[in-house]
Ligand binder design. Structure first.
Ligand code: ATP
Ligand code: MG
Length: 601
């Protein structure tokens, strides 16, 4: 492609709308253009990158025996009602764009395709003989994200590869899952990314496992905890570790103490001269279940620990049956306004005890009249502990479970693991922390969707059995941008060769020099012909401007037919290192071929 004929517009200044380097660079270098919140046009250079990433993804998927298809983006609400997700997706989470057609039928724009694929399997897979089966697609997804940001990282319209596998048993699912873990590692490695596979939360879906593929970068929205020995890595939402040891309690007998102005653990411990490991703190949450019932949840946890809301949400989902519900719609720390809706009187916030009375709650049809009391494992074994007294300005010390306070019946593990904690697999290893961008997520779903939608096959024994399922997603457009987030310098983007929009760019320093033009044209034709994707900067611009643009758009090799033509050579500059080579015109093709092959494999 000739730059003189391309839509080629670069910006010198950072656009105000962008916060992180990759977003700024993709805008400045003319790869993407914002059309609306979370909505981007992929301009020609970006589209080439996306096609390359898609091709790598496709090759790795095909190699596992998965088959590509293309599913509809318009999805009938009825399918989502069958799985029980319509209300959650369109209202509670609100992530799905919903609409009504001219015949008053409700439809959604696909944020994901479990429902569509399960209905296909239900219709078309009759017998165990047709299993296992794995279908995937590469397609635009729609999600009405609460906070679209960072360009393609969190868009409302983005490209995803999503695959779904069907099995007769867990063992077969595990095999495909392992194949996918390998395929995902291959995709990311081939795309030139540094990444880590981590244990991930599988949320309410349960199943026996899920892993996320994290591209390591400061701008990542996720925190990854890992150990140096390479034996453990997990998303903080899921991570486990050993809490610090408990310090012995300085309090030998139970007493109520005046502790003015100590609504935080820090202030309390300073005031009482004790360790936070000797405090039972009681944290209030408000859960709204899918039947509209609000439940007030009191979590008692050791003072030096924090509640992990993802883990808590999973526990509350398990308890949904107790409230005649299926799932939790919202989990929040109730602010003053939320409290006004159910508090019968003002709560002793900062001074609550594990036995804070239920009459603080004005029960109603929508509000359960009793606290759901949970105790985290870290608080269970404490003795002679400090905790609230249910009276503002006072705490109790020297308290014991089942003496002064009944131990809550439900013991849960909801503490947040954090950097510096000892690892479970080896206490000599401590957890390290890194930021990651989630580019892929693989899931063992089990029978959640097949059961809900009545999708069954006939087993070898002649029984009707629900499919055992897995699902596997890669954010193709997010992956492409994360490559930039991991690889740029002050001059611009440095594309990994495998996904660069072009391999080389010939920048003619002076287009009125016929010799420069002649050599450039010859190389341009020759390189493209031999499969080296090459741009020709034949614009009537100063050499400096051309070099700056070539650096900004991040093409791996820049070829300059300049001064060295005297000796039959051109200058070839490597974008990543700025290293310059003088190469005989006749050897440019073979040299580049070698370099490109070495970089891609
Ligand atoms: P996140 O936690 O980042 O919201 P998710 O867990 O909802 O993502 P999945 O449903 O697992 O994402 O989707 C599979 C992949 O699609 C993700 O790993 C990510 O790479 C990509 N993805 C998800 N949401 C977006 C988005 N809004 N914009 C771009 N890519 C996305
Ligand atoms: Mg995810």
């Amino acid at each position: 492609m000739r730059l003189s004929q391309m839509l080629f517009v670069t910006l010198r200044e950072d656009p105000a709308e962008a916060e992180i380097p990759s977003h700024k660079l993709l805008l400045r270098a003319g790869y993407i253009r914002r059309i609306g919140s979370g909505i981007y046009a992929y301009l020609p250079l970006m589209w080439r990158v996306l096609k390359k990433v898609s091709q790598i993804v496709r090759e790795e998927m095909d190699a596992t025996g998965a088959q590509e298809c293309l599913l509809p983006q318009l999805q009938p609400a009825d399918l989502w009602r069958e799985s029980g997700r319509w209300d959650t997706y369109t209202q509670a989470e609100g992530i799905m764009f919903a609409m009504t057609d001219r015949q008053q039928r409700e439809l959604g724009l696909g944020p994901t395709h479990e429902e569509v694929i399960t209905t296909i399997a239900k219709d078309m897979i009759r017998s165990y003989r047709q299993l296992p089966l794995h279908l995937y697609q590469i397609q635009t997804k729609f999600r009405d994200e609460i906070r679209p940001r960072f360009g393609l990282m969190r868009g409302r319209e983005f490209i995803m590869k999503d695959g779904y596998s069907f099995h007769t048993n867990e063992e077969s699912l595990k095999k495909t899952y392992q194949d996918m873990a390998q395929a995902y590692s291959n995709m990311l490695r081939r795309s030139g990314l540094q990444f880590r596979a981590v244990d991930a939360d599988s949320g309410a879906i349960g199943g026996s496992g899920s892993q996320e593929f994290m591209v390591l970068a400061e701008a990542g929205e996720d925190e990854v905890l890992y150990t140096e020995d390479g034996q453990y890595a997990a998303n903080v939402e899921k991570a486990v570790s050993m809490p610090a040891d408990v310090e012995p309690s300085p309090f030998a007998s139970f007493e109520k103490r005046e502790t003015p102005g100590t609504e935080t653990i820090d202030k309390l411990c300073k005031f009482l001269k004790c360790s936070p490991t000797q405090v039972v703190k009681n944290v209030l949450y408000q859960a709204v279940y899918d039947n509209g019932i609000t439940v007030l949840v009191l979590v008692s946890i050791r003072g030096d620990q924090d509640v992990n809301q993802v883990k808590l949400l999973n526990e509350l989902t398990k308890l949904a049956g107790n409230y005649q519900a299926k799932t939790v719609l919202f989990l929040t720390v109730p602010d003053a306004e939320a409290q006004r809706k159910w508090a019968a009187k003002s709560l002793p916030l900062g001074y609550m005890a594990p036995d804070v009375a239920d009459d603080y709650i004005a029960g109603s049809k929508e509000v359960n009249s009793k606290f759901l009391r949970l105790v985290d494992r870290t608080a269970v074994d404490l003795t002679n502990f400090v905790t609230g007294s249910n009276e503002s300005g006072y705490h109790v010390v020297g308290a014991n479970w089942n003496k002064e306070f009944p131990l809550p019946a439900t013991v849960v593990g909801v503490r947040t693991a954090k950097k510096g904690d000892r690892a479970v697999h080896n206490p000599e290893q401590t957890l390290q922390s890194a930021r990651g961008i989630e580019v892929g997520h693989i899931f063992q779903l089990g029978t959640k969707y097949s059961q809900a939608m009545g999708a069954t096959y006939t087993s070898e024994q002649g029984e009707e059995m629900p499919f055992v399922m897995g699902c596997y997603g890669v954010g193709v457009s997010r992956l492409a941008q994360s490559a930039v987030e991991q690889s740029y310098d002050k001059d611009g983007i440095i594309w990994p060769v495998a996904i660069a929009p072009y391999h080389a760019i010939i920048s003619i320093p002076n287009i009125s020099d016929p010799q420069q033009v002649e050599v450039a044209e010859k190389l341009y034709a020759e390189l493209n012909q031999s499969g080296i994707e090459t741009l020709l900067d034949d614009r009537d611009e100063r050499a400096g401007v051309k070099f700056k643009d070539a650096d900004l758009i991040g093409i791996p090799y820049r070829i300059v037919p300049g001064r060295s033509l005297k000796t039959g050579k051109v200058e070839v500059v490597e974008r990543a290192t700025h290293k310059s080579h003088e190469i005989l015109v006749d050897e440019v093709n073979s040299t580049l071929k070698q370099w490109i092959e070495a970089a891609i494999n």
